[in-house]
Ligand binder design. Structure first.
Ligand code: OFO
Length: 166
């Protein structure tokens, strides 16, 4: 059985994952309208993954006798300046999500909820991967700068990058 404080932060995490999915969907749509097919497919996949993260939490909360709340979604931005801006937003967002996950882990230890602590380790590992991926992509974009040919190749090559193995 989940204690209410843990149930509350897990529900907040459900909301964070849902809003991540929504945010990346907005990035996918923006990239598609700009003709960046590869980037758009990367973000459609990323958005789906975030939804999977949300569902995994929903199932966990309910299985442990809590009540997972389906959250309200924030309206994400419609327009982004450029690809580097999009991927910087991705990295910044993932850093915020990692902090939230660390808070859940802290609370699990505080309340000796080792089962949820164990469950959350999957998210801890996932965040390491996602932050590393966003940094790697941003480094590539910094090298390319405004070079149109470079951006064309980047958009093609990103199709080979998987958001996560999970
Ligand atoms: Fe759910 O991993 Fe990103 O936010």
């Amino acid at each position: 059985m989940l204690i209410s404080e843990i149930e509350k932060v897990l529900n907040e995490q459900i909301s964070a994952e849902a809003n991540s999915s929504q945010y990346y969907l907005a990035m996918a749509s923006w990239a598609e309208t700009k003709g960046f097919e590869g980037v758009s497919s990367f973000f459609y996949n990323h958005s789906n993954e975030e939804r999977e993260h949300m569902l995994k939490l929903i199932k966990y909360v309910n299985e442990r006798g809590g009540h997972a709340i389906v959250p309200e979604l924030k309206k994400p931005p419609k327009v982004f300046d450029c690809l580097a801006h999009v991927f910087q937003n991705l990295l910044d967002h993932e850093i915020v999500v990692s902090k939230k996950i660390n808070l859940v882990v802290d609370l699990c230890l505080k309340h000796k909820d080792y089962t949820t602590h164990n469950f959350m380790q999957w998210y801890v590992a996932e965040q390491i991967e996602e932050e590393a991926l966003a940094r790697m992509i941003l480094d590539k974009l910094k090298l390319i700068g405004d070079d149109k040919g470079g951006l064309y190749l980047f958009d093609r090559d990103i199709l080979q990058i998987k958001v996560s193995e999970n």
